[in-house]
Design a protein around this ligand. Structure first.
Ligand SMILES: [Zn+2]
Ligand SMILES: [Zn+2]
Length: 150
């Protein structure tokens, strides 16, 4: 899978399948995107090959006092990836993929702040806040996560 920013300066390629795809309805993501939710492709950061350009990171405060590091194109400022204090795992914004339809959420999270007109498809796990990765992620993804954190 490949993707990039709006001006074309930054291009990236995912060198592996996503670990998991989250659709997050939290207030931080709503504010950051100016939209109803964000779709994050979780993948090891060393599996994201930046093939053009150099994304710049911006530390963005979150409501819980933590900081989310967001990587943007230095030219057009589109946000491409972020991480949450663990740089080993990047959250690739699925809307920046050349084919956003190539992924679909494996889970919806923070539905406690989901906008009321958003309907979650039947059969997709949804959580008021977060979930236990150990019970929800495929074993192969958990193994990759352990390896990334090792
Ligand atoms: Zn750009
Ligand atoms: Zn969120």
């Amino acid at each position: 899978m490949e993707g990039g920013c709006s001006c074309g300066a930054v291009r990236y390629r995912l060198a592996d399948e996503p670990l998991f795809v989250n659709c997050c309805h939290c207030l931080n993501c709503q504010r950051q995107t100016g939209s109803a939710f964000v779709i994050n492709v979780l993948i090891e950061s060393d599996r994201v090959e930046v093939v053009a350009g150099e994304p710049v990171s911006v530390d963005v405060p979150r409501d819980d006092g933590t900081v989310q590091r967001i990587y943007r194109c230095s030219n057009c400022q589109v946000a491409l990836f972020s991480d949450y204090t663990r740089p080993e795992i990047w959250f690739v914004r699925a809307g920046t993929l050349d084919e956003p339809a190539s992924v679909a959420p494996d889970a919806h999270i923070y539905t406690r702040s989901k906008l009321p007109w958003v309907t979650i498809p039947e059969g997709v796990p949804a959580f008021d806040v977060y979930y236990d990765s150990k019970t929800l992620w495929p074993p192969a993804s958990l193994a990759r996560l352990r390896a990334a954190f090792a």
